[in-house]
Design a protein around this ligand. Structure first.
Ligand SMILES: C[S@@+](CC[C@H](N)C(=O)[O-])C[C@H]1O[C@@H](n2cnc3c(N)ncnc32)[C@H](O)[C@@H]1O
Length: 317
C-alpha cells in the first residue's frame, strides 16, 4: 500500500488532532505540543519536518500509528513526556532522563544562566586583565545536587574554559548523570557521589576555599506541600522534591553552609528555590554572615527563583 492509499484516519494531521484531544481530556496542559513531540519521536522527525509532513497529508505506517497510540495512552495516564521520549531539553543540550531522576525544568535554565554569566565575566577578566578584578585562568564551578547533570553539563558546554565538578547524593540520579556526562561532554565534568551536608569537609574537601561559583538546584518543597501534577508527584524522585522540614529548607540550608566552605573570597553562590521562599532563603545567608550582595533573582515569569550571594571572607560562616 502506498502512502496515498492509506486510510484517512492514519493521516498525520488527523492522528495529531485525535491525540491532542485525548491528552486535553486527560488534563495535559500542553496537549497539542505533547502530541507533536510524541509523533516526532516515533517518526524520528524534527519539529519543522513534522509540521511539513502533517501539512502535506503524510499517512502513518500502521506500526508507527500503534506505537504512537501506546505513547499517547501513557501520556494520558500522566507519565511525563520526557520519560516517554527519553530526553529533556535544557538550554543548548538534551539530557537523558527517565525513572529515578528529576526532569530538568525551564526555570532552572535561568539559574544556570546566572552561573554561566559569572564565569563568562571571569573569562573576559582573563582576556582584559587591566579592566578586571579577579582574573581566572580556569574558573572552578561546583554544581551541588546535580540530578541529571543539567546545570553542570550546560556550563561545561557553554564555558569551555571552566573546570566543572558536580555532586549528587542519590545512586540512581548519579547513574543518570554519569550517562549524560559520558554522552554530552565526556571527561568534562568531575562527577562525585555524596551528601551536600558537610561536603566541603568530605567528598569536596579538596576544593575548599578554591571555588569561583557554586550553583545548585536542591530539593526545596516543604514536606506538607505535595505537588498537584501527577507527572511530578508520582514520577519525580521524592529525594529530588522535598527539601526537608516544614519549610523545605533543610537541604538548601546545607547548600549555603557547604558553599561557604567551598567558595573563595569573592566567589558567587547561585541557588534555586521556590517562588515563595525568597526572603527565607536570603535569611539563610544573612543570618550565617560572611555573605555580601545577598539578592533574589527572578525567573522568566517574574517569580522569585534564586538566591544570589557573594562570599566575603572564607573564614566567616
Ligand atoms: C530538584 S533536583 C535538581 C536536579 C538538577 N540540578 C536539575 O536542576 O535538574 C535535586 C537533586 O538533589 C539531589 N539531592 C537531594 N538531597 C541531596 C543531598 N543531601 N546531597 C546531594 N544531593 C541531593 C536529588 O537526588 C536530586 O537529584
Amino acid at each position: 500500500m502506498s502512502p496515498g492509499d492509506r486510510p484517512a484516519d492514519l493521516r498525520l494531521d488527523g492522528v495529531l488532532r485525535a491525540a491532542a484531544d485525548r491528552l486535553a481530556a486527560a488534563g495535559v496542559s500542553m496537549a497539542r505540543g505533547d502530541a507533536e513531540r510524541l509523533a516526532a519521536h516515533v517518526l524520528g522527525l524534527g519539529p519543522g519536518e513534522l509540521a511539513a509532513a502533517a501539512v502535506t497529508g503524510r499517512a502513518l505506517a500502521a506500526a508507527d500509528a500503534r506505537r504512537l497510540d501506546a505513547l499517547v495512552t501513557q501520556r494520558a495516564a500522566r507519565v511525563p513526556l520526557q520519560h516517554l521520549t527519553g530526553r529533556a531539553p535544557f538550554r543548548t543540550i538534551e539530557l537523558d532522563v527517565g525513572p529515578g531522576v528529576f526532569v530538568p525544568r525551564p526555570e532552572t535554565e535561568v539559574v544556570a544562566e546566572l552561573a554561566v554569566a559569572e564565569l563568562v565575566v571571569a573569562e573576559l577578566a582573563v582576556a582584559e586583565p587591566a579592566g578586571a578584578g579577579h582574573a581566572l585562568v580556569e574558573p572552578l564551578v561546583v554544581d551541588l545536587c546535580t540530578g541529571s547533570g543539567a546545570i553542570a553539563l550546560s556550563i561545561a558546554v557553554e564555558v569551555p574554559a571552566a573546570r566543572v565538578v558536580a555532586l549528587e547524593l542519590d545512586r540512581d540520579a548519579h547513574a543518570w548523570a554519569r550517562r549524560n556526562v559520558d554522552r554530552v561532554a565526556p571527561g568534562r565534568v568531575d562527577l562525585r557521589q555524596g551528601d551536600v551536608a558537610g561536603a566541603d569537609g568530605g567528598v569536596l574537601a579538596d576544593l575548599a576555599g578554591a571555588v569561583d561559583v557554586v550553583v545548585a538546584n536542591p530539593p526545596y518543597i516543604p514536606s506538607w506541600a505535595v505537588p498537584l501534577d501527577p507527572e511530578v508527584a508520582e514520577h519525580d524522585p521524592q529525594v529530588a522534591l522535598y527539601g526537608g522540614g516544614d519549610d523545605g529548607l533543610v537541604v538548601p540550608a546545607a547548600v549555603v553552609r557547604t558553599a561557604a566552605g567551598l567558595l573563595r573570597p569573592g566567589g558567587l553562590l547561585v541557588m534555586e528555590h521556590g517562588d515563595v521562599q525568597g526572603a527565607a532563603v536570603r535569611a539563610l545567608a544573612t543570618t550565617a554572615g560572611g555573605w555580601l550582595d545577598v539578592t533574589t533573582a527572578k525567573d522568566l515569569t517574574g517569580r522569585d527563583r534564586a538566591l544570589v550571594a557573594r562570599r566575603a571572607q572564607r573564614d566567616r560562616r
